[in-house]
Design a protein around this ligand. Structure first.
Ligand SMILES: [Fe+2]
Length: 279
């Protein structure tokens, strides 16, 4: 079973800092998630989501130059073609290299494809990046079928090849200890992770949706949940609640031997939550 709990019984949070710079020989990856961009300037619960995305990207790219950028869903809050085109316009001001996007529950696959968001697997160095589409248009919950798992396994290098895989998806594959969010996690995550561990070289899986930092592992596969680039959800809350943590991003260093180092960074942004602006 996926395991996100430390000895205290609580999920481990992902804000761990690494000591020393061991990134010299590593592939550097930036994960951003839950951008909730709008097709106009209206704030979402008091947050200008485009402004916080830009602040997050400013800080991330000032800190390091990623080889790969992963956007793990809820890229749009208003899932229209102009929103996705605006996303590409923003990201390409920072990064011209490989990118991989997966849809979240607020996204619609039609306009994502129309905008030509990059959704195909990538190979960079000794690493392969594969997206798993866990969303269903116009539904909050996830759906990952046996066929989806089989196609994902087929897209990953098999055991025996000297390559490693990082999977990107939207919905959490484990409980994050927020019941109102946990009901929408990937329900057959055990099947998914056991299949990946058995047949592939998958070393990690990054996800979003939870708007908070979470780390866990299953069958030797590292599980990395990442804060939103806009507002956060309150950790360990029974019901919907906005947290007071800042927007953030995750960096990952992927090594030739399959090791992954990763941590979350927070970005100081100024906004006042206004729950009357929820649509
Ligand atoms: Fe989200």
């Amino acid at each position: 079973m996926p395991d996100a709990r430390g000895s205290s019984g609580r999920p481990r949070r992902g804000d761990r800092k690494l000591s020393g710079d061991r990134a010299g020989a590593a592939l550097k990856v930036l994960q951003i998630t839950d951008l909730h961009l709008r097709d106009d300037a209206r704030p979402l619960i008091g947050v200008n989501t485009e402004a916080t995305l830009i602040e997050v990207l400013d800080q991330a790219f000032a800190s390091f130059t990623p080889d790969v950028v992963l956007a793990t869903g809820d890229i749009a809050h208003d899932a229209t073609l102009p929103t996705y085109l605006r996303f590409l316009q923003i990201i390409e001001q920072y990064h011209h290299g490989p990118k991989l996007c997966v849809p979240g529950n607020h996204d619609l696959i039609g306009p994502m494809i129309a905008a030509r968001l990059p959704i195909d697997p990538l190979r960079v160095g000794n690493w392969v990046f594969v997206g798993l589409d866990s969303h269903v248009d116009d539904e909050v919950g996830s759906q990952v079928s046996d066929r989806d798992i089989a196609e994902l396994v087929a897209a990953c290098p098999p055991i025996g090849e000297k390559r490693h895989t990082l999977v990107a998806t939207h919905h959490p594959p484990l409980e994050v200890n927020c019941p109102w969010l946990d009901k929408d996690r990937i329900q057959n995550a055990s099947d998914l992770l056991e299949s990946l561990a058995r047949q592939t070289t998958v070393k990690g899986l990054v996800f979003g949706h939870a708007h908070q930092a979470v780390e866990g592992q299953s069958n030797g596969i590292g599980l990395f949940g990442t804060p939103s680039t806009c507002f956060q959800f309150e950790p360990e809350s029974e019901r919907f609640a906005i947290g007071d943590e800042q927007p953030g991003y995750r960096w990952l260093h992927l090594y030739d031997d399959g090791r992954i180092d990763s941590a979350v960074e927070r970005v100081a942004c100024s906004f006042e939550i206004d729950l009357t602006q929820r649509d």
